[in-house]
Design a protein around this ligand. Structure first.
Ligand SMILES: [Zn+2]
Length: 457
């Protein structure tokens, strides 16, 4: 490996515990780890030195919730506007046509776009497993490795189909034994718990309206036995709240408590509709939340009580959510959305810009159970996004470069993961963007063709 010096940055936004922002500082890296932030002795020698005097550095952003396969159907259902249950009911039969090539192409497409928006670590939640899906997680692991982002794949699952009162068609659900066996397999094969890990696995039954209580309980047992994290959707819509009270006899958070999920190894997507007692319980049990403001607004789900969660000492990360409810993979824009949605809900003081950036860095790291990423400090992994302070979109933001880069339409010039460039001059380093787009278009067209042929039978 090698040493790298990013010299004389215009500003380094560390997101450390003190929230330090350093003008003219340098970031020294060795073998993918940050060794020093600040002044560097002229006698120190590096294999590569890059003059960064026009750049603002922030920690690489962390995406805490996603469904990468949905990049195959983005825009599709959004021209009219459907709530979550109608939207899912429309899309489930289309996603039933997924195959390995589609999973591979969409994983790369989503992660590539995320990288271009300053993201260095992403979670994913793949929960659609039609017949022939045995190697979906394997395809994702391979695809993510080629992009160069850190990847937290979660093995999603649904075992509660329409036949048994659930929402999804039975054809994309699996028996519980099959789910648990494959979950164990992918953890054993791919999960790397070590510092600087590029690939980790979590377990993730989809939601209370598509997974049985037995699956939730047994998945939690398996995850704890194998020491991996747990993830699911929760309290996303009022429909879900009604479903939970009608079918399960309790609200969504009490249901989770019943199946042993309110623990510190759990992070939950959405959490829009919460009672004050739910927030208190999350704080006490150290459950983390992945906030997905664009998705919540697009599906009309509501505005999550992020200010109340933060006041209740709950760790909150940020997620772009699946690309059929966003419909992009742009994490720096999601930081802006976090600012806007919190202020729309609770007033102008509800979300300072730096706090929103903290959600997408330290908050995301907390969701994924990592202490090696999320801030710029000696001993942390060299995951960085560099924005050009002299670019047109940032011209006029000198007085507050942090607010400037988040609220303007800034895109990173360079992105490093473990000291290795994945984006340079605003473009992917490892993959050909046009070739990837063509591969994704072909996969998306085939998926919709399959659906139309099936629908016309
Ligand atoms: Zn989701």
């Amino acid at each position: 490996m090698s040493s790298l010096l990013l010299a004389n940055l215009r500003l380094v936004v560390t997101m450390d515990d003190e929230g330090r922002e350093l003008s003219g500082a340098s970031i020294a890296n060795q073998d993918g780890w940050i060794t020093r932030v600040g002044e560097v002795s002229p006698s120190d020698r590096f294999d590569e030195t890059i003059d960064c005097s026009r750049f603002v550095a922030i920690p690489g952003l962390i995406n805490a919730h996603h469904h990468l396969y949905q990049t195959l159907t983005r825009g599709f259902s959004q021209s009219v506007g459907l709530g979550l249950f109608d939207w899912l009911t429309l899309l489930y039969p289309i996603w039933a046509g997924l195959d390995e090539e589609m999973v591979y192409a969409s994983t790369q497409t989503g992660l590539a776009e995320l990288a271009l928006s300053g993201c260095t670590t992403s979670a994913d939640h793949l929960y659609v497993f039609p017949p022939g899906s045995d190697a979906f997680l394997d395809a994702q692991a391979e695809a993510a490795g080629a992009v160069g982002l850190r990847f937290h794949a979660t093995r999603g699952s649904m075992d509660l189909g329409q036949r048994d009162g659930g929402l999804p068609p039975d054809s994309i659900t699996q028996p519980r034994e099959v789910i648990l066996k494959d979950s164990e397999r992918v953890v054993q094969r791919y999960h790397d718990p070590g510092p600087g890990s590029m690939l980790r696995i979590g377990l993730a039954p989809c939601s209370p309206f598509s997974a049985t209580p037995e699956l939730m309980l047994e998945t939690a047992g398996l995850a704890r036995e194998m020491e991996v994290r747990l993830h699911t959707h929760l309290a996303e819509t009022l429909d879900e709240d009604e479903y939970s009270r009608r079918e399960l006899g309790v609200g969504p958070v009490d249901f989770l408590d019943r199946v042993s999920w309110l623990e510190s190894d759990v992070w939950l997507a959405h959490c829009v509709h919460l009672q004050p007692s739910d927030i208190q319980m999350f704080g006490e049990r150290r459950v983390s939340v992945a906030h997905c403001p664009t998705s919540n607004m697009l599906l009309g789900s509501g505005l999550a009580p992020v200010r109340d969660l933060l006041n209740g000492n709950v760790s909150v990360g940020l997620g772009v959510d699946g690309s059929a409810s966003n419909d992009g993979n742009d994490l720096i824009r999601e930081v802006k959305q976090a600012v806007l949605s919190a202020r729309a809900r609770d007033g102008a003081g509800a979300m300072p810009v730096r706090q929103a950036l903290r959600l997408a860095t330290r908050g995301g790291a907390a969701c994924l159970g990592r202490d090696d990423v999320g801030c710029i400090a000696a001993g942390k992994a060299a995951d960085l996004a560099l924005f050009d302070a002299d670019s047109l979109v940032m011209a006029g933001t000198d007085e507050d470069l942090v607010a400037g880069l988040i609220l303007s339409a800034a895109r990173p010039d360079s992105v490093y993961v473990h000291g290795r460039p994945v984006v340079r001059n605003g473009h992917l380093v490892r993959l050909d963007e046009e070739a990837l787009a063509a591969r994704q278009r072909a996969a998306s067209r085939l998926l919709l063709e399959r659906w139309r042929e099936g629908a016309s039978l």
